[in-house]
Structures are given as structure tokens and as C-alpha cells.
Design a protein around this ligand. Structure first.
Ligand code: ATP
Length: 235
């Protein structure tokens, strides 16, 4: 579904991600894990068109997308849940969700999607009319994911959802992502520095160190690998 080929990308022509290749199949749950500053966010921003590659290619459903605008990429079915959530604080939960459906003009469909999101996140339904800024961190993360789902995406890019969340909340949000993946068939690419939690949940993973992929495999294989054990699990 998504194929990243020999991607080098960064800021103002200075690369921070080097020669990265990865593939995600339809309906898979894939994690890119690595420490702070490894370049995970930079890869997601490049896939969603916010940054242009220095070299390399990105293909989505057989079509090259790395020269398209971020807006065009959203329309192809790729939604991005950014690090730090970026909910609209002064707007209600409901209006935040409706913002996610801005590419759709079929009202009945928007209502159906809204109900689906409320089914996945009953907490958001209970707080439908509350201002987003008054939600807890975990609830804001749910809102950011809910907003992405309102665009009816085929692929959701989730950036560092664990940031600032209590461990219990991290598990809950990860489990919900897994549920969205398995029950709705939405493909998920997650980037995370919580290496263990992410690899336990993902079908497959890639380990990124200082802008380079140093290992890949199933979540289980990676968790059992010496590299991951030593570098991230303190074993
Ligand atoms: P984190 O978990 O901290 O978000 P990350 O793996 O997502 O880490 P990136 O945010 O992709 O890492 O950052 C990779 C490198 O790119 C870092 O060295 C960072 O300082 C640099 N970088 C990030 N944003 C910019 C920017 N806007 N301009 C210049 N350099 C940047």
C-alpha cells in the first residue's frame, strides 16, 4: 500500500533521515521505533507532504505521491495525527471532529462517521459539547485520532501518541488503535519512542537510529532481538 524507497529527507536541504526504505501492506499495523531525535517525525512529515524529500520516492497504492501537496495527499486517504495533538482548544469536541471531515460534503456520511468515532471513543461522546482545551491529555489524543478518522482514511500516520500520557492511558490508546486496525481494516503507521509498547502492538516494526533503519521484522522478532533488548529495553 505504502512504499518508501531510499528516502533521504530533512530540513533546508540538510538530511536527518538517510536512505530509508520501508513497506506497509494494506490493513497492517506497522511501528517505526527509536529514540528522541532519530528522525521518526521527519519521516511521517515527508509521507504526508509537509516536507519534500531530498531524494528517494514515496508510492501510495502504486502512485508516486512525494511531489504532491499535503492537501492532495489527504484526499488520497492518508491522515496524519501530529505529535502534540493540535486540537482546536476553543472549539467543542464535536466541532473538532467535524473539522476532520472537511474533504467530505455528504452530510449523511459525515454523521455516520461521527457516530462511528463516538462508538470507538464513548468518552468523546460524553464530552461532545465540551471545549477541547478542557479535555485531559488522553482524551485530547483520542480526539486527535478521532479527527483523523473523520476523513475516512485508508492509512493513518500516528506520531508519538504516548507523549505526556500516563502509562495506563498509553496502553488504552494503543489498544484502540489496534481495534481500529483490526475491526475497520484501517492501515496504521505509528512512530513511537515507547519501543516495547509499540512493538507489542504492531504486526511489524522498523528500528530507526540517527536517521537510519537498523533492523526490521515482526514486533515479536524485534522484541526478542539483542539490538532492541540492549538499546531500548535495558536488558
Ligand atoms: P522525537 O521523538 O523527539 O520527536 P523524532 O525521532 O521524531 O524524535 P525528528 O523530530 O524527526 O525526530 O527529528 C530528527 C532530527 O531533525 C533532530 O535532530 C531534530 O533536531 C531535527 N529537526 C526536527 N525538526 C527540525 C526543523 N524544523 N528544522 C531543523 N531541524 C529539525
Amino acid at each position: 500500500m505504502l512504499r518508501v524507497k531510499n528516502l533521504t529527507t530533512g530540513y533546508d536541504g540538510v538530511p536527518v533521515v538517510f536512505d530509508v526504505s520501508l513497506e506497509i501492506n494494506e490493513a497492517e499495523f506497522v511501528a517505526i521505533v527509536g529514540s528522541n531525535g532519530a528522525g521518526k517525525t521527519t519521516i511521517l512529515r515527508t509521507i504526508s507532504g509537509l516536507l519534500k524529500p531530498i531524494s528517494g520516492e514515496i508510492e501510495f497504492e502504486g502512485k508516486q505521491i512525494h511531489k504532491l501537496t499535503a492537501h492532495e495527499i489527504v484526499r488520497l486517504g492518508i491522515a496524519h495525527v501530529p505529535e502534540g495533538r493540535h486540537v482546536f482548544g476553543k472549539m467543542s469536541v464535536r466541532d473538532n471532529l467535524l473539522m476532520g471531515a472537511y474533504t467530505l460534503n455528504d452530510r449523511a456520511k459525515v454523521n455516520r462517521l461521527l457516530n462511528e468515532v463516538f462508538e470507538i471513543f464513548p468518552r468523546l461522546k460524553e464530552r461532545e459539547n465540551q471545549k477541547a482545551e478542557t479535555l485531559s491529555g488522553g482524551e485530547q489524543q483520542m480526539l486527535a485520532i478521532g479527527r483523523a478518522l473523520m476523513a475516512e482514511p485508508k492509512l493513518v500516520l500516528v506520531d508519538e501518541m504516548s507523549l505526556g500520557l500516563m502509562p495506563m492511558m498509553v496502553d488504552k490508546v494503543l489498544e484502540t488503535l489496534k481495534q481500529i486496525n483490526k475491526e475497520k481494516g484501517v492501515t496504521i503507521l505509528l512512530v513511537e519512542q515507547k519501543v516495547q509498547e509499540a512493538l507489542e502492538m504492531a504486526d511489524r516494526g522498523y528500528v530507526l537510529q540517527t536517521g537510519r533503519i537498523v533492523a526490521h521484522g515482526t514486533g515479536k522478532e524485534l522484541l526478542e532481538s539483542d539490538l532492541v533488548k540492549k538499546a531500548y529495553l535495558g536488558m
